[in-house]
Design a protein around this ligand. Sequence first.
Ligand SMILES: NC(=O)c1ccc[n+]([C@@H]2O[C@H](COP(=O)([O-])OP(=O)(O)OC[C@H]3O[C@@H](n4cnc5c(N)ncnc54)[C@H](OP(=O)(O)O)[C@@H]3O)[C@@H](O)[C@H]2O)c1
Length: 328
Amino acid sequence: MILVVGGTGQVGSLVVRLLRDQDRSVRVLTRRPDSAADLVAEGAEIVGGDLRDPASVEAAVKGVETIVATANNAAPSSKGDARPGAIEHGYANLIKAAERAGVSRFVLASVLVTPVDDEVPQARAKRSIERRLAASPMSALSLRFSPFIEVWLALAGSTLPLRGETRATLQRPNRMLAINRRLSGNLVEERGVLLVPGPATNRNAFLSTHDAAAALVAGIDTEDIGAEADLCGPEVLSWQQVAEVFSDVLNRPVRVVGVPGPAFRTQQLLLAPVAPGLAAIMALNRLMACSESYQDTTPVATRLGLLPLRTVSGVLREKALLGAAATR
Ligand SMILES: NC(=O)c1ccc[n+]([C@@H]2O[C@H](COP(=O)([O-])OP(=O)(O)OC[C@H]3O[C@@H](n4cnc5c(N)ncnc54)[C@H](OP(=O)(O)O)[C@@H]3O)[C@@H](O)[C@H]2O)c1
């Protein structure tokens, strides 16, 4: 039995689908079992629970050999989600319960290391969870992904990357994300503006969520890859080059408007005492504004059998063919 913690999320639900395609037994832990009918239809077993509730986590890990964990609080949707330390505490419960239940393999969706990790709650949490896993007797793999195409290119003002995505992070029940989508969700299509964190020259090797999901699944059986591995997309693009791809696909001019990193840092610090969830979103934007991802991780992609990886233009062109009705 494989437990997917975060199986109702964007990458997590793709992991569930891939595992079910391989006919493997899958259990999903979620705080909202009522909203998981699509996963039940895929053949997954759904258990209600919350990482912060140790009893529910203990029940969920019974009879489990492997855990794939994608749960995170980047888009907080329940009371207390954004409280400092909430996700680290939840993962500590999960790892403790997994060790007691004799789980043998743990695969974590993580993020690349950046110079500002200490100042960004989500990145700090990943580092802390990775350290806890490294000290565990379980065989563990933390896959450190670069920014996702279907998340960051949508956040930059386009609905195109969301087409065909049934459980997009940006469509999770989070008020700030809903406001963001209403105000700037269509800037690229309607105004030809790509609104990005940091300068237009910032480069990233964007990765598709579909390749991230395939990597997590391949990571289950690839035990000799090490405890941590970076995985980035196949090409390094500046935001200016991303705008050019949008321009080609949408057949309209697209220009970049960059929001400087310090603007996000100021908002993060001002909001932290009153709205920690929003402050954490600002912190993630700052991380994007002042770090770049350009590692060549071809050896890891090769080892996991993922080649060829999806490119930004490949993903956007495929989604353009789906038509606007494919956005939820
Ligand atoms: N976005 C990026 O560019 C990027 C880049 C690199 C790595 N990553 C990492 O990749 C992964 C992406 O996962 P995703 O897209 O599937 O996430 P997602 O769409 O944001 O979904 C979040 C998931 O976490 C679960 N969750 C949150 N708090 C929980 C709690 N207390 N107890 C149980 N479940 C909880 C939610 O479950 P319910 O609400 O149903 O309970 C949901 O399934 C994350 O780990 C992220 O940090 C993201």
